[in-house]
Design a protein around this ligand. Structure first.
Ligand code: FMN
Length: 364
């Protein structure tokens, strides 16, 4: 018999595959970012080195498939397709929250398949901050071992917890347990938001807690408040539906959150990353890599080749952006000049960030 966590996993996957769940009035902010075109790139597009190293693993591209699923038998083929694609492209991949496998050992297969199908590339484990308080270090180690993970993501999703009826709303002492886990686990531990972004205030607290990286999980892509609206409607919960509607576009847009999180730890840009130009802009803003979830949900139901095709297009878009900015490597792209306008400029200025850092670098 499936438990509540397991049922919720399949509901989320089906909703994301079939309903409009993205931010409605707010974008991730990439429309405000301009990469400065180089009419004389002076490099061969075919020679561009898009590889990077993240959490000690060399990837062919600065990209990961963000945590999506696991925890229900029907998610096993989905995770298999995603993992096969990650292995073929040599990019990173995260599993969805492994909570369901702690609640019920029978759900482990749907996570273990990821390491089976992606034996060499970067695979990260996943658990919520709200759950680690309950589990403690022993169980967290088990999650890493389950998939022989190269890193662990602790996800923050208090926006969703606040809206879903069964949500865990006690956010006290998360930082303390994150710090404990970051210090005692033998793989890098990073923290990921899931669609509402991370501020400089929290980035600094997390850095002090000893985390190895931050996935900004900003506003502008999948909205978990939005996902909960559909679930609330189905169950006739009008208060949760109202809260989900009101907070559908709540949070820090991804582009701004990358700047917020520049605290000298690797930053992963996630939340509304939809093409290679978004990835290039993220890296020029300060991210080490980018990731996305929603664009791969539907393709994953059609198998590995469909996922590879979508990501392959994104990587060709990224290569084109690197060529047109004269960047022969990811390192060069991270130093490429950009301009920032619109709401992102307004936001960053009011927050006191020195956006002049992004103007002409040491090229003139
Ligand atoms: C169907 C689905 C399930 C997800 N489940 C998880 C999860 O279990 N744990 C987690 O940390 N993030 C989860 N996420 C969030 C993503 O990893 C990502 O942060 C978020 O969707 C924003 O990226 P996007 O706009 O590209 O979808 C999930 C996303 C989707 C679409």
């Amino acid at each position: 018999m499936e438990n509540i966590t397991s049922r919720r996993k399949i509901e989320h996957l089906e909703l994301c595959a079939g309903s409009h769940v993205e931010a409605r009035t707010a974008g991730p902010g990439f429309e405000d970012i301009t990469l400065v075109h180089r009419a004389l790139p002076e490099i061969n597009m075919d020679d561009i080195d898009m590889s990077t190293v993240l959490f000690g693993k060399k990837l062919s591209y600065p990209f990961l498939i963000a945590s999506i699923t696991g925890g229900h038998p029907e998610t096993t083929p989905v995770n298999a397709a995603l993992a096969e694609a990650a292995e073929e492209l040599n990019i990173g991949i995260g599993v969805g929250s492994q909570r369901a496998a702690i609640d019920d050992r029978n759900q482990r297969d749907s996570f273990e398949i990821v390491r089976q199908k992606a034996p060499t590339t970067l695979v990260y484990a996943n658990i919520g901050a709200a759950q680690i308080k309950e589990y403690g270090i022993g169980k967290v180690e088990e999650l890493v071992e389950m998939i022989d993970a190269d890193a662990l993501a602790i996800h923050l999703n208090f926006l969703q917890e606040a809206i879903q009826p069964e949500g865990d709303r006690d956010a006290r002492n998360c930082l303390e347990i994150i710090s404990e886990i970051a210090k005692s686990l033998n793989v890098p531990v990073f923290v990921k938001e899931t669609g509402a972004g991370i501020s400089r205030e929290d980035a600094l607290l997390l850095k002090k807690a000893g985390i190895a990286g931050i996935d900004v999980g900003g506003l502008g892509g999948t909205s978990w408040a939005g996902v909960e609206v559909y679930r609330a409607r189905d169950s006739g919960n009008s208060l949760c539906e109202h809260l989900g509607e009101l907070f559908w576009d709540f949070g820090i847009p991804t582009a701004a959150s990358i700047v917020e999180c520049k605290v000298s730890v690797p930053v992963i840009a996630t939340g509304g990353i939809r093409n290679g130009l978004d990835i290039a802009k993220s890296i020029a803003l300060g991210a080490s890599a980018a990731s996305a979830a929603l664009p791969f949900v539907r393709p994953a139901f059609n198998g590995k080749d469909a996922v590879v095709s979508v990501i392959g297009t994104m990587m060709q878009e990224l290569r084109t952006a690197m060529f047109l900015t004269g960047c022969g490597s990811v390192g060069e792209l991270s130093r490429a000049p950009i301009t920032i306008g619109g709401r992102t400029l307004e936001y960053l200025t009011q927050r006191g960030f020195n956006i002049k850092d992004y103007s002409v670098k040491d090229m003139l």
